[in-house]
Design a protein around this ligand. Structure first.
Ligand SMILES: [Zn+2]
Length: 71
């Protein structure tokens, strides 16, 4: 699990916006950039080059952010 304090200071490297952890804390999602960042051994890989595209419209609900509900 990720440290909540760490989550508070983490920001998307592309837009400096907040990131949302997946329920299993294996990914951090940036809703703004539609990118997801891998978390490896509890260490978020906050690199745009390492991020994967994430489309909320296509996302598997189980793989999406815990509170990433979109209209
Ligand atoms: Zn972003």
């Amino acid at each position: 699990m990720l440290d909540p304090k760490l989550l508070e200071i983490l920001a998307c490297p592309a837009c400096r916006g907040p990131v949302t952890p997946a329920p299993d804390h294996q990914w951090l999602f940036c809703d703004h950039c539609r990118l997801k960042y891998r978390v490896q051994d509890d260490i978020p890989i906050m690199l745009v080059e390492e991020a994967e595209k994430w489309d909320p419209a296509e996302a598997d609900p189980a793989a999406g952010p815990a509170n990433g509900e979109r209209a």
